[in-house]
Design a protein around this ligand. Sequence first.
Ligand code: HEM
Ligand code: HEM
Length: 184
Amino acid sequence: MSDSQKYNRVAIALHWLLALALLGQLFLGFWMEGVPKEPPGVRAGWFNIHKSIGLILALLIVLRVIWRLMHTPPALPALPAWQKTAANWSHRLLYTCMVLMPLSGFLGSSFTPYPIKFFGTPLPRLWEASADLKELFGAVHTTTGFVMAALVALHIAAAVLHAVRRDGVVQRMSLMGSADVQQG
Ligand code: HEM
Ligand code: HEM
């Protein structure tokens, strides 16, 4: 595969770093909901780890979105039109979820009466607590979490199908081989 048919190194590195981290963060988010409230502190400890990791992911996601906006992705190989449309829209939706998840998580947590602790360090309070706004952003976080999990499942299923067909789609995001640094 020629260099210009691949995503560039930064796009590939960010994709795989975030893919692993986001799968872990989605799993942690759903799992921690089942951690019992007794003994006190254990559940809160997992929530704090989730929030701290989420804030680091927010930074990586901002970098990824900026990088993506600055670079045009390589053209897709010859595929049926509906597959190209499905790929475009699912990628757009994945980016939307990637932005909404940390944003809604942060905003929901910022309206509780407790400070957000970043690996133990309390962050300054930005505004007054509000039960209604905590509820609203919490609902956005939960709903987007389910939508994102479904999209990721679809995305992985599509990647596996393309890998089986060897149609050149998966190689574009492969960690192996050289990558073009000019194109996104
Ligand atoms: C990319 C980043 C993130 C992902 C993929 C993610 C994912 C999830 C998922 C799947 C859940 C379980 C569903 C739910 O009950 O809401 C959850 C819960 C939660 N997340 Fe996140 N999250 C992210 C970032 C954050 C951030 C940055 C914060 C806060 C600073 C946060 C705070 C919370 C809280 C407090 C809950 C529990 C919600 C509740 O019990 O009402 N999350 N997260
Ligand atoms: C949370 C997990 C993941 C997220 C959020 C995610 C998100 C994305 C996004 C947004 C793109 C489009 C890139 C762009 O045009 O800028 C993409 C491309 C791609 N992803 Fe993922 N991904 C995830 C996991 C995976 C996994 C596990 C695989 C493989 C099994 C995979 C395989 C691919 C491939 C092959 C492409 C290139 C598609 C193309 O040629 O346009 N992704 N991913």
